[in-house]
Design a protein around this ligand. Structure first.
Ligand SMILES: NC(=O)c1ccc[n+]([C@@H]2O[C@H](COP(=O)([O-])OP(=O)(O)OC[C@H]3O[C@@H](n4cnc5c(N)ncnc54)[C@H](O)[C@@H]3O)[C@@H](O)[C@H]2O)c1
Length: 374
């Protein structure tokens, strides 16, 4: 596990996923056997690794990625590094014949992302990319509505994502400063469009076109040491995606908005038979039969309570941490060849959407996305 001192590596992948799986006695396979996990922590700072290992009763850690990759007792390489450090590390892991599981984006550009998919295929190593948003309770409820045919014909999707990330003078910023420097692999398009790509292609249809406008609304931010720096990366993106089948999806992504929503991510889906608003946890619906009939009249204040016309989809199953559920699926893929749709090629499609989104923002044109093969 490379990068466990980071935000995602520590909390979601080590503590909430691998250690939770270890504490549960491993992952159950289809024949009832269990496969246990035994992590080795890899990183650059001995003191941090030793401290995390001691805190969680982990026997193995090393500052040498090469040594860990050369050791046949480790089957899976997992990568939670800053994006810019990912490609060289994964390339080595593929060459060492390890199965590879990684955070998104798999690379900073499409060419590198596709090359990783090609290398993994040639080497015959199993590969997976985090698709965590698909495992959120709100999006799983939404998926069930789609599969049940609740919407009739889906017309449009509107995604609102974002919150106020403090610039860092006074109140500390909630996100690492590299996210706001293009030269360090930052930018909201490279960060979020890979998520939007897999959400859209798995729920509504392949993304065929993108039109995007980006901005760096806050040109100065303050880093972890309190030093002012120039924000060189986009911190907001306003995009329209054209999907196979005709659905139009519009997404606002911003680290410079104050939240006036129920959740930090919300997707509104409108269809001929009904509509839904899904967040991370909740999902509310309005059926065609219960749709009010608004009339436009600027002379009279509108007393109708539109929020009251929506009904919360009840919870009918237990939702576990999504990172853990996807880790379990990947480990089953490694151990017993269970299906795995979220591979490096899927990761490369996400990077392609980010790249084409940035191209659209730079040129002002709507850009088409080709279908991608290894
Ligand atoms: N799936 C999600 O929802 C989600 C959310 C946030 C971030 N991410 C992705 O996870 C990755 C990590 O993001 P984070 O927010 O945890 O970042 P972070 O800065 O908190 O952690 C990055 C880790 O990489 C290590 N690192 C930094 N520079 C390095 C270098 N040059 N060589 C080797 N190691 C280096 C750090 O020591 C740390 O362990 C990014 O690729 C990001 O896009 C995914």
């Amino acid at each position: 596990m490379n990068g466990v001192s980071g935000r995602m590596g520590y909390r979601q992948h080590l503590v909430r996923s691998i250690l939770a799986i270890r504490d549960a006695g491993g992952v159950a396979l289809s024949d009832g056997r269990r496969v246990q996990v035994k992590p080795i922590l890899v990183g650059r700072h001995e003191d941090k690794l030793r401290e995390i290992a001691a805190r969680h009763d982990i026997a193995d850690w090393t500052t040498s990625l090469d040594a860990a990759l050369a050791d046949p007792q480790w089957d899976v390489y997992a990568d939670f590094l800053v994006t810019e450090a990912r490609v060289p590390a994964i390339t080595k892991a593929i060459a060492a014949g390890k199965a590879v599981y990684t955070e998104k984006p798999t690379a900073e550009n499409f060419e590198d992302a596709l090359e990783l998919a090609r290398l993994a295929k040639e080497a015959g190593v199993k590969n997976g990319v985090v698709h965590d948003k698909l495992y959120l309770p709100g999006l799983r409820k939404l998926k069930r509505l789609i599969d049940d045919g609740f919407f009739g014909r889906i017309l449009s999707v509107r995604g609102e994502f974002g919150y106020w990330v403090f610039p860092g003078d006074g109140v500390p910023a909630q996100r690492p400063s590299w996210n706001y420097r293009a030269e360090d692999g930052g930018g909201i398009v490279l960060d979020m469009f890979p998520h939007w790509n897999y959400v859209l292609e798995n729920l509504f249809g392949r993304v065929e076109t993108v039109y995007a406008q980006t901005a760096t609304h806050l040109p100065t931010r303050w880093d972890e040491r309190g030093q002012a720096y120039t924000a060189t990366a986009d911190d907001a993106a306003y995009a329209i995606f054209g999907l196979a089948g005709g659905v139009i999806a519009e997404f606002n992504s911003s680290w410079d908005v104050r939240v006036n929503r129920d959740e930090l991510l919300e997707l509104q889906v409108d269809g001929t038979e009904g509509s839904a608003v899904a967040g991370l946890f909740g999902c509310k619906v309005q059926h065609r039969s219960a749709t009010p009939r608004p009339t436009w009249n600027p002379d009279v204040p509108d007393g109708h309570d539109y929020a009251a016309d929506w009904h919360e989809v009840p919870i009918t199953q237990e939702f576990e941490n999504g990172f853990k559920v996807q880790w379990e699926e990947f480990l089953r893929h490694v151990a017993e060849d269970a299906p795995n749709r979220y591979d490096f090629l899927a990761g490369a499609r996400g990077v392609l959407l980010a790249e084409k989104g940035l191209e659209s923002a730079a040129t002002g044109a709507r850009v088409e996305l080709p279908e991608v093969t290894v």
